[in-house]
Design a protein around this ligand. Structure first.
Ligand SMILES: O=C(CO)[C@H](O)[C@H](O)COP(=O)(O)O
Ligand SMILES: [Co+2]
Length: 219
């Protein structure tokens, strides 16, 4: 099933709760929350206290994308603030296997994100343990960037690898996803689509509806 995960990085932070309610009521399946530490990525966004404060306004899946060094140090905080899925970057973890296990021990779903230059092979020995693979289609740190074309081949290869092992793991794509390119991203094998500026710029409800219209034409 195809799922839309609007990234609140492009929301109005002064009205974050209202913006989340709007995309929830428009039918978004997930809410994507981008946590940035100013070290792993050259930007700082928000952390667990902000997520905790907006958790009561939506029952949707809170899909937390941690762009922070050594996220294993903070997993309990993300459990406590109500995260459902926690995605860590392979590049940010000294012990990726241990970090995935710790997320699952806390009762959350575990995602692993790969930067555009990171090969798929880093997932070889953890593939069976991961609930979601996040293919970054921009270099992480900022919203509103352009989709990197080589990401399409990476998505295709990720789906082929999963198929070859009999796995139906979710493939999430994040960065530069728009109404114009989402169909080919799905055709390549992605099923969880993050969109920040393409949802929050303009009419949020119409944008969510437009993504879902494309989804219904494909599935
Ligand atoms: O993880 C991210 C940036 O690091 C964001 O989720 C992503 O950039 C979404 O924004 P947009 O759809 O505007 O590219
Ligand atoms: Co993200």
């Amino acid at each position: 099933m195809l799922k839309l995960s609007p990234s609140v990085l492009s929301a109005d932070f002064g009205h974050l709760a209202e913006d989340i309610q709007i995309i929830d009521q428009a039918g978004s399946e997930y809410i994507h929350l981008d946590v940035m530490d100013g070290s792993f990525v050259p930007n700082i966004s928000f952390g667990a206290p902000v997520i905790k404060s907006v958790r009561p306004v939506s029952d949707k899946v809170f899909d937390v994308h941690l762009m922070i060094d050594e996220p294993v140090r903070f997993l309990q905080d993300y459990k406590n603030c109500g995260a459902d899925i926690v995605t860590v970057h392979a590049e940010a973890c000294k012990h990726l296997h241990r970090t995935i296990a710790a997320i699952k021990e806390l009762g959350m779903k575990a995602g692993v994100a790969l930067n555009p230059a990171t090969p798929l092979s880093v997932l070889d020995y953890v593939l069976e343990d991961v609930d979601m693979i996040l293919i970054m289609s921009v270099n992480p740190g900022f919203g509103g960037q352009k989709f990197i074309p080589s990401s399409l081949r990476k998505i295709t290869e990720t789906r082929a690898l999963l198929n070859s092992r009999g796995l139906q793991t979710d493939i999430q794509v994040d960065g530069g996803v728009t109404l114009s390119n989402v169909a080919e991203i799905i055709q390549a094998g992605a099923n969880v689509l993050v969109a920040g500026s393409a949802v929050f710029k303009g009419d949020k409800v119409e944008n969510v509806k437009a993504f879902h219209k494309i989804f219904s034409e494909i599935q």
